[in-house]
Design a protein around this ligand. Structure first.
Ligand code: ADP
Ligand code: MG
Length: 629
């Protein structure tokens, strides 16, 4: 993999010019803001001393917007106006989140082409961008209060697998909150920044991030200030919440054993028990047993004790489940356990001892835990923000991330030509020359696709645009250079330029639909299982495209120069053309190639005659001396 370097503006600022810059971890469950003070990255706290801000927004009846703990407390009382986990809806259409039918919100699709989801609340329709902007705004205010001034800029973190639409939505939310976005930074990279600089570490590292509702694993290569992401993987439906749910189910079983006539729980009781379960889970991280005591709305008393050992048994399968994406990432990066220099734990759920043990056992080493796992991303983002505004003299920090899926374009016959392979480091630019298929072709339609499969139909279409004004030329003569550029934030732009005339067209891709992580996983899985089938389909399509081009050029030549040969010869060629057309219909690439050979063979005399004719034409009226052989 080519290593592309980004050098950041490295101007150093005099101490009195110290600019206020923050790093923001906009998390699914919790969000944080951090800054570098006196050379130390620190999480900023609210007036109550909380560092973590629950990513929950409530539109209250009095018109106020409440963010954080207070909003979280109202989740069960006012579910449709209290929005949690909005990050899951960023840059998504209703179609993208169809599998999340159990979520209590009232979704509406916006009527633009993007079809992004909106949520119906008592304050009207709200987009995920607006809701996220409320969280960012709360953090911005917290930072301005703590730092006593206006912020110059912020680095905001996003999951490494976030696609273009999701990144764009995050940027939009930040702008809406009045933040100047210095850069979007991948969460694992931020964690690496926090550790890499603090510990002066080098080598290949694994970032294992188990948050509230998502699991992400990334493999990073660190060398003196250079961070390169080698691979990413994960599970978008696995996190600390699932551990809460296991305890919740266990408690319900216990209660059912003791009290007969136990009726199903209402929504409020469910929330209450889930909160109790979460508290018990967090308590068990440092204690041998947890007591769960509460009174349900029907009067039933709950009073049970869960031991740490029982909890480990209840949740072992969840811990094991994280290892499969981990293995896949290792396989993608073609690494062996022994190549891993260190493992960084990120996400509140990695505080659980059984998670730490599993990671330790798999990687055969003790994971790094000297920074708080739920703060490390914000701490790293703050370090990066501090460097980007020029507060540091050695601020040419290099950050390299990767594309989660290959990017390419459609070629004749619905085939995909990959331009930027999956896991390419960012930023990246790659160009490839293409040509026209027909004589005199003056326009070209360029379809940009994302995915690992060989056929366009199996990939996701991101955009389509046209290059017009190509000078008419013979098929195959035009040179059209198509350039794919993915910037440091992971946003793609594509341009096409005809080399002789210089006509150009381009597009910045903001796909209308985001790709869910599940889809990425599915597309990758399909590409493994579909490899053989794809190879076959590609060979067949290539044979057909080739046959089509040959038929076209021979038919054209016959039209112009058909009288150079006898009618019998001409008929023989036409017969072969018909035969090739018929063979092309069937699905055998070998047979098509053989028919192409037969057709070529039948045209040998004709080709000879055409050559003679054109030589004769060129020689007409010239002296022998003029002809240099
Ligand atoms: P996200 O990245 O999804 O915003 P976090 O990294 O903040 O999430 O992790 C939140 C999860 O961490 C929650 O499920 C929470 O219960 C869990 N968590 C926090 N502290 C502990 C702890 N001490 N022991 C076990 N789990 C914890
Ligand atoms: Mg997180």
């Amino acid at each position: 993999m080519a290593l592309l370097q980004i050098s950041e503006p490295g101007q150093s600022a005099a101490p009195h010019q110290h600019k206020l810059a923050v790093g923001i971890d906009l998390g699914t469950t919790n969000s944080l803001v951090a800054t570098v003070r006196s050379g130390m990255s620190t999480v900023l706290q609210d007036a109550h001393g909380h560092g973590l801000l629950p990513s929950v927004v409530r539109y209250a009846p009095d018109g106020k917007v409440i963010v954080g703990h207070e909003a979280q407390a109202q989740l069960s009382a006012d579910p449709t106006n209290t929005i949690a986990s909005v990050k899951r809806f960023m840059g998504r259409s209703l179609h993208d989140i169809a599998d999340r039918a159990h979520i209590p919100y009232r979704f509406v699709e916006d009527d633009s082409a993007k079809k992004q989801v909106q949520l119906q609340t008592r304050a009207g329709l709200k987009t995920p961008v607006e809701i996220s902007a409320e969280i960012l705004n709360a953090l911005k205010k917290r930072a301005e209060n703590a730092l006593g001034g206006e912020l110059t800029g912020a680095v905001i973190t996003v999951p490494a697998y976030f696609d273009d639409a999701q990144r764009q939505a995050t940027k939009d939310a930040a702008r809406l909150a009045g933040l100047n976005v210095l850069r979007l930074l991948n969460e694992p990279t931020a964690a690496a920044v926090a550790y890499g600089l603090d510990n002066n570490a080098e080598g290949i590292f694994v970032i294992y991030d188990l948050g509230g509702g998502t699991f992400d694993v990334s493999i990073l290569k660190l060398t003196k200030g250079v961070f390169e992401v080698l691979a990413t993987n994960g599970d978008s439906a696995l996190g600390g919440d699932d551990f809460d749910h296991r305890i919740y189910c266990w408690v319900l079983d216990k209660v059912r054993e003791t009290s007969k006539n136990f009726s199903p729980l209402n929504e409020e009781d469910t929330r209450l028990l889930l909160t109790k379960a979460r508290q018990a889970k967090e308590w068990l991280t440092d204690n041998f047993e947890a007591q769960i005591v509460c009174k349900l709305s029907n009067g039933t008393m709950v009073d049970v004790t869960l031991t740490a050992t029982q909890f480990v048994e209840l949740t072992q399968h969840l811990v094991t489940k994280t290892l499969s994406p981990t293995r896949k990432a290792m396989r993608d990066a073609q690494l062996d356990i022994t190549d891993i220099k260190g493992v960084v734990l990120v996400g509140g759920a990695t505080r659980m001892p059984q998670v730490r043990h599993a990671v330790e056992e798999y990687f055969q080493q003790t994971p790094l835990t000297n920074l708080d796992p739920d703060k490390v991303v914000a701490l790293g983002a703050a370090i990066q923000a501090n460097a980007l505004v020029g507060n540091r003299s050695d601020s040419d920090l290099l950050l390299l991330d990767v594309t989660p899926l290959s990017l390419g374009l459609e070629t004749m016959g619905g085939l995909v030509e990959k331009i930027i392979p999956r896991n390419s480091t960012l930023p990246v630019a790659r160009a490839q020359d293409f040509t026209t298929y027909k004589d005199g072709q003056t326009a070209m339609s360029i379809q940009v696709v994302q995915g690992e499969r060989e056929l366009v139909a199996d990939c996701r279409s991101l955009a389509r645009f046209e290059l017009r004004g190509i000078p008419p030329m013979a098929a195959g003569a035009a040179r059209i250079r198509v350039t794919f550029t993915v910037d440091a934030d992971g946003l793609l732009s594509v341009s096409a330029r005809e080399q002789t005339s210089g006509v150009e067209a381009n597009i910045v891709v903001k796909p209308s639909y985001g790709l869910s992580e599940d889809e990425i996983t599915r597309m990758l899985k399909d590409s493994f299982s579909g490899a053989e089938q794809d190879k076959h389909a590609r060979m067949l399509t290539e044979a057909r495209v080739n046959a089509g081009a040959i038929i076209q050029s021979i038919t054209q030549a016959l039209k112009v120069d058909g009288d150079l040969i006898s009618t019998a010869d001409k008929q023989a060629i036409e017969t072969e053309i018909e035969r090739l057309k018929a063979t092309s219909q069937a699905g055998d690439a070998d047979a098509i190639n053989k028919a192409v050979d037969a057709l070529n063979h039948s045209t040998e005399a004709f080709a000879q005659a055409r050559m003679n004719a054109s030589v004769a034409k060129a020689l007409a009226g010239k002296n022998l001396e003029d002809i240099q052989l």
